[in-house]
Design a protein. Structure first.
Lengths: 108, 116
């Protein structure tokens, strides 16, 4: 399984763009890169997924360079409600392997 | 229902008791997963069902842990002779399709188990 490394925590302010980078040096050819968000006392929630280049949805953008050894989750104009833990997971098949995630704190 | 539901939301057990945790997946979802999340950690995979078949139980920490999904919908995670180290949040997730491919998993709110 690909091992991921991401910052333990990040601070930001309302209205700023937040970029969280995850490294996954030994990602497999058929792994997708998936990001989940988890609020306190809730289960994780899918945010975005991609294989290469750039993916954008209504919540976030995901940038994946050509070598796929890292990925960057971009959250535009964060609000206080974006305070959560964000997990990067290379995914093949079904099993999700969560690391420690990045604890994002958005301040007013 | 609109999402995955789990019951009870909170469970306190005395060491040595047996507990049963229930998961109601999204209707029609083929795959069902159980995860264990210790305080301050990411969720860890326990077991996976495709319909009623348990295809992977490699994450179950001991033979005290048992999961079933007899009719391919509701699932129960049972822990026998609970120990303090079993205290954690137990998360259930379901996804629409069979194994293979990167399918989105929908998580329930979890059951917080505290073993005294």
């Amino acid at each position: 399984l690909a091992k991921t490394t991401q910052p333990i925590s990040m601070d930001s302010y309302e209205g700023q763009e937040v970029n969280i980078t995850c490294s996954h040096n030994n990602i497999a050819t058929n792994d997708y890169i998936t990001w989940y968000q988890q609020f306190p006392s809730q289960g994780p929630r899918f945010i975005i997924q991609g294989y290469k280049t750039k993916v954008t949805n209504e919540v976030a953008s995901l940038f994946i360079p050509a070598d796929r050894k890292s990925s960057t989750l971009s959250l535009p104009r964060v609000s206080l409600s974006d305070t959560a833990v964000y997990y990067c997971l290379p995914l093949a098949g079904n099993m999700l392997t969560f690391g420690g995630g990045t604890r994002l704190m958005v301040k007013p | 229902g609109a999402g995955v539901s789990q019951s009870p939301r909170y469970k306190v057990a005395k060491r040595g008791q047996d507990v049963a945790l229930r998961c109601d997946p999204i209707s029609g979802h083929v795959s069902l997963f159980w995860y264990q999340q210790a305080l301050g950690q990411g969720p860890e995979f326990l077991t996976y069902f495709q319909n009623e078949a348990q295809l992977d139980k490699s994450g179950l920490p001991s033979d005290r842990f048992f999961a079933e999904r007899p009719e391919g919908s509701v699932s129960t995670l049972k822990i026998q002779r609970t120990q303090q180290e079993d205290s954690a949040v137990y998360l259930c997730a379901s996804s629409l399709r069979r194994s293979g491919g990167a399918d989105e998993q929908f998580f329930g709110p979890g059951t917080r188990l505290t073993v005294l």
